[in-house]
Design a protein around this ligand. Structure first.
Ligand SMILES: Cc1ncc(C[n+]2csc(CCOP(=O)(O)OP(=O)(O)O)c2C)c(N)n1
Length: 315
């Protein structure tokens, strides 16, 4: 891996983790309206994929979307303000955690509808193909979403039209509290790709390099006009489904339970000479500061004006 890429990945992984720790803390103080679903533990997926995307590539996200948004380059101050429902938020404070979006960065939106991203990503990829652009669309989704009808519709359409789209499943083994092995008729999500005539690969989603390599191949295929790929990333969420979840359903013997993708990547990056220990330390402190600054920014941002109530309302 190139040094530049490794530095970027390590920075984004740390920003995501510190962001989620702060959101957790602020949520505990009652300063965030609505639900929050934390991404901590799954950082290798967002960063391994996004390290290869440009602003002009599109992503669709999920209810657990903070990590995707940070890795896609969304303004972190604007994200924190949005989650706190403040005027300077990316959506003017009207959307919150599950509606973080930034079209200029190709982030088409977090989504409160499980499985809501498949059609959006296929549509974005259709626009790329129709306009003849050299871009891709990536659809992030959970193992739970793989049992929604939209999964099958989206993969089928993308395949028959050879769309430049990559379906990235973050299999953290649970849809809310329901284990994947209970809810799914197939052993893996990846094997379903064969029904839609596209490659389906399963990778260690705690290993950035594995995610990076699988994405590289999928991008190459998409840009060569060969159509979509399904990548299943085996991962683990460190906290509950939402903040406040007691997580009684989690098992002690999940092999990913005691793994931390950030610590693993740091070890590998230092060992391979991509990053020095000093660089890693300074990335960590800078990321912590970036997120503390974002909290300070969001805290002083005002609530949206009453006059903005009917702005951006179309019906
Ligand atoms: C269409 C729809 N059905 C149900 C829900 C309620 N719900 C919210 S998150 C969730 C679980 C999703 O699991 P998964 O796709 O594996 O994502 P994860 O939470 O594990 O990241 C459910 C059932 C919803 N938001 N939308």
């Amino acid at each position: 891996m190139e040094k530049k890429t490794a530095l970027w990945i390590y920075q984004k992984m740390n920003e995501i983790r510190f962001f989620e720790e702060q959101v957790r803390r602020i949520f505990g103080k009652g300063l965030i309206p609505g639900f929050v679903h934390l991404y901590a533990g799954e950082e290798a997926v967002a960063t391994g994929v996004m390290a290869q995307l440009e602003d002009s590539d599109y992503i669709t996200s999920t209810h657990r979307g903070h990590g995707h948004a940070i890795a896609k380059g969304c303004d972190i101050n604007g994200m924190m303000a949005e989650i706190m429902g403040k005027k300077d938020g990316l959506g003017g404070g009207k959307g919150g955690s599950m509606h973080v979006a930034d079209i200029d960065k190709g982030m088409l939106g977090a989504n409160g509808i499980v499985g809501g991203g498949f059609g959006l990503a296929a549509g974005a990829a259709l626009s790329i193909k129709t306009l003849g652009n050299d871009n891709v669309a990536v659809c992030f989704f959970g193992d739970g979403a793989s049992n929604e009808g939209t999964f099958h519709e989206g993969l089928n359409l993308a395949s028959i039209l050879d769309l430049p789209v990559i379906f990235v499943c973050e299999n953290n083994q649970f849809g809310e509290g329901t284990p994947f092995r209970y809810a799914s008729a197939s052993e893996t999500v990846a094997e379903r790709a064969s029904a839609y005539n596209m490659p389906g690969v399963r990778v260690d989603g705690m290993d950035v390099e594995a995610v990076y390599k699988a994405t590289e191949e999928a991008i190459e295929r998409a840009k060569a006009g060969k159509g979509p790929t399904l990548i299943e990333c085996d991962t683990y969420r460190q906290y509950g489904h939402f903040e406040g979840d007691e997580q009684k359903y989690k098992s002690e013997d999940d092999p990913n339970r005691d793994r931390d993708p950030i610590i693993e990547f740091r070890g590998k990056a230092v060992e391979n000479g991509w990053i020095t220990k000093e660089e890693a330390d300074s990335i960590e402190s800078a990321a912590e500061k970036t997120i503390e600054d974002a909290v300070a920014f969001a805290e002083v941002s005002p609530l949206p004006d009453e006059s903005s109530l009917y702005k951006d309302v179309f019906a």
